[in-house]
Design a protein around this ligand. Structure first.
Ligand SMILES: Nc1ncnc2c1ncn2[C@@H]1O[C@H](COP(=O)(O)OP(=O)(O)O)[C@@H](O)[C@H]1O
Ligand SMILES: [Mg+2]
Length: 280
């Protein structure tokens, strides 16, 4: 009886060991794929920058052409910075399963201004496909500032705007609007675009880590499927919500609702004196 039960225990342990090894192998493979993806995606804009610089230094170029090339350099650099930030957030999420380690001071943010600045950053990426980004200032401009971790909230909207440009139909307009929701003490922002199809079963899954639709894979094989996952984590950290739907003009709409002061008292707050000298 005893011999049998110890043999059974041994067999169970062996089985557990085998499963753990399999899991470890799977995770290692995932990590390697992830790192390959990171480097592949970062190399693309850096190569484009190199190519533009070669272009501008080797040929006799007029001022107008040079300005155009420099705008493309700026746009590709924006993509590289954006990707690097997402990858940093991603490694943090993988390590802690939380963004808490990143907690920075809260500061009041005017979402309308932030969105206008981000749209300017991403607009050059839309030029080739005649995609225009527009921010409808009213009524968003009169919404109160939200007290948030600015670098993280910027990343949420960068991810949404980047997607909108990337997946928009050719020669279409992206519209960003929003409003104050006094009853919920929150500010709500919508990013709307006409774009690649999104089926109901995709809409249920696009915030999952790594999920990409087949159409997105065909269009941009190098994507990661991390953008919306990161965005959702950050929004949840701010006790807000993020949803996807279609509006009455059949545009895809991502809606982010951020409470005005949800984190007040729960983390450090940045006073007006040490306000960042940067543009946003
Ligand atoms: N604005 C959009 N229009 C159409 N599809 C979108 C849009 N934003 C996201 N998606 C879909 O959601 C998926 C997940 O997006 P995301 O997490 O940012 O990853 P990635 O952009 O790397 O594919 C995309 O692959 C795409 O299928
Ligand atoms: Mg994306």
């Amino acid at each position: 009886m005893n011999v049998q039960s110890s043999e059974e225990q041994m067999a169970a342990l062996k089985e557990e060991n085998r499963k753990l090894r399999e899991e470890l192998d799977r995770r290692n493979r995932e990590r390697i794929e992830y790192l390959q993806n990171v480097s592949h995606q970062l190399v693309a804009p850096l190569n484009a920058i190199k190519w533009h610089i070669e272009n501008i230094t080797s040929a006799r170029v007029g001022v107008e052409r040079a300005q155009k090339v420099l705008r493309s350099v700026y746009s590709q650099a924006t993509i590289a910075v954006h990707l690097a930030k997402n990858f940093a957030l991603m490694s943090n999420l993988e390590a802690d399963h939380a963004l808490n380690a990143l907690l920075e001071p809260l500061e009041p943010v005017n979402l309308c201004r932030l969105l206008i600045n981000l749209s300017d950053d991403f607009q050059p990426q839309g030029w080739d496909r005649e995609v225009q980004i527009g921010v409808e200032a009213r009524p968003l401009e009169s919404a109160p500032d939200v007290l948030v971790i600015k670098s993280l909230v910027s990343q949420v909207f960068s991810n949404l705007i980047e997607n909108a440009v990337k997946y928009a139909s050719k020669a279409s307009a992206i519209v960003i609007d929003g409003s104050h929701m006094p009853t919920r003490e929150a500010v709500s922002v919508n990013v709307r675009n006409y774009g690649i199809p999104l089926k109901p079963q995709d809409m249920e899954r696009i915030f999952e880590r790594g999920y990409r639709t087949q159409e997105a894979k065909n269009m941009y094989p190098a994507g990661t499927g991390f953008g919306l996952y990161i965005a959702k984590k950050i929004v949840q950290l701010h006790e807000g919500t993020i949803t996807v739907s279609f509006d009455d003009r059949r545009r895809i709409v991502f809606t982010v609702t951020l409470p005005i002061r949800a984190l007040e008292g729960k983390t450090k707050e940045r006073g007006p004196k040490d306000d960042s000298p940067h543009r946003r």
